[in-house]
Ligand binder design. Structure first.
Ligand SMILES: NC(=O)c1ccc[n+]([C@@H]2O[C@H](COP(=O)([O-])OP(=O)(O)OC[C@H]3O[C@@H](n4cnc5c(N)ncnc54)[C@H](O)[C@@H]3O)[C@@H](O)[C@H]2O)c1
Length: 356
């Protein structure tokens, strides 16, 4: 098992525990869970099928009252309507500030349950138990929680850190391949922005089985990179922007196709390639880095080519990007694999990124 400590200004230090089979050991974590009277697990139907009974059984060994709230899988559950329903359920259960919420699931459950924890009773403790690759390497760490308003993603939310993150890479055995590929885009991103060693390791795998066997190590590496960045810049005013590598273009693509044609990871993959193509043209990035990026995206079944998009519609979506400061946009580029920097580009330069 690997333990990574995370300290942010607003919270005390918390731990991120990563270990194969760790969900089977929750019943031995009396020193943590024993501090709470009741525990409410928020999860979705797919995850509940595999892991809810296991987690409940372990926690009940500690003599704690355990409740579960199960939501419908998918982004649609990150809504005000779902949050309202959950607030009522917590009220019925009689949750107080000495109780705990556990987010057991992918990024949707983590963002939703974290948002509930941040707002119910003006904040109660919560634990992230990520079960998708994306949630393990990205959304469970860093404290961003929130919900969507229609197609506008994550527009209502907060920075609210969990008390503990418990990651069992074995959960990936039941994750659909589509979501594994999706999460790999973020893993590749960490290699690009901070670790050429991780990037090379990812390039060396020949079979998915080899990758899965190495997951504990890979997740720990990604989480350490994210932890370092988040500790340095909790509220995303500086260095944290490097985590958005590929995301500016990715978000536009996701929104343009109304979240139907591309998954988040696929859109980010296209974004990483296209921004690197631009920085290569500008002489910031080496040709070799661009070639390697294309190779690795293809190896993991991720796209890199820009789809045809109507430019006026792109402009509309791009203009609403939260990362604009006046008419300048901060974007992350990689001079070489494993190194990131932020450059400012003007709106008219940004629109060029969407032209084939
Ligand atoms: N807070 C952050 O910093 C942050 C960062 C990145 C993404 N996000 C958010 O994360 C969300 C996407 O997360 P996601 O990709 O995990 O999506 P998700 O939560 O919808 O999970 C993907 C699918 O896999 C299923 N699933 C999850 N774990 C499983 C398992 N172990 N076995 C079987 N099925 C499993 C889920 O039920 C779902 O159908 C988006 O809402 C995005 O905005 C948040």
């Amino acid at each position: 098992m690997k333990t990574i400590n995370c300290t942010t200004k607003d919270t005390n230090e918390y731990q991120i525990l990563i270990g194969d089979g760790i969900l089977e050991e929750l019943g031995q974590m009396d020193n943590f869970f024993g501090n709470y009277n009741k525990i409410v697990i928020i999860t979705d139907k797919n995850v509940a099928k595999y892991y809810l009974t296991k987690v409940k059984k372990q926690l009940r060994k500690l003599g704690i009252d355990v409740f579960a709230i199960i939501v419908t899988p998918g982004e649609g559950s990150k809504s005000l309507a779902e949050a309202e329903e959950i607030y009522y359920k917590l009220n019925e259960i009689g949750v107080t500030r000495s109780d705990l919420i556990i987010a057991l699931g992918g990024g949707v459950v983590g963002d939703l349950a974290g948002f509930i924890a941040a707002t119910y009773l003006r904040g109660i403790d919560f634990v992230q138990m990520p079960t998708s690759l994306l949630a393990m390497v990205d959304s469970s760490v860093g404290g961003k929680v929130g919900i969507d308003l229609g197609y506008t993603k994550n527009i209502v939310g907060s920075f609210y850190q969990p008390k503990l993150v418990i990651t069992d890479p074995k959960c990936l055995n039941t994750l659909n391949d589509k979501y594994l590929t999706d999460g790999m885009a973020e893993v590749i991103k960490y290699g690009c922005i901070s670790s050429s060693k991780l990037f090379l390791r990812l390039m060396s795998f020949q079979y998915q089985e080899d990758l899965i066997d190495d997951m504990e190590e890979i997740i720990a590496k990604c989480v350490t990179i994210k932890r370092n960045v988040v500790e340095a810049d909790e509220k995303e005013s500086g260095i944290r922007r490097i985590l958005n590598f590929g995301h500016t273009i990715g978000h536009v693509i996701e929104s343009y196709f109304k979240f139907k044609r591309y998954t988040h990871g696929e859109a980010v993959a296209i974004g990483m390639y296209q921004i690197t193509k631009m920085s290569c043209r500008e002489g910031i990035t080496t040709e070799k880095a661009l070639e390697n990026l294309q190779y690795i995206l293809e190896t993991y079944g991720l796209p890199w080519e820009l789809p045809e998009m109507d430019q006026s519609e792109v402009m509309k979506i791009l203009s609403s990007d939260k990362k604009f400061e006046g008419d300048q946009l901060n974007v992350c580029v990689i001079p070489k694999i494993g190194k990131a920097e932020i450059v400012k580009i003007k709106k008219d330069q940004a629109i060029e990124l969407f032209k084939n």
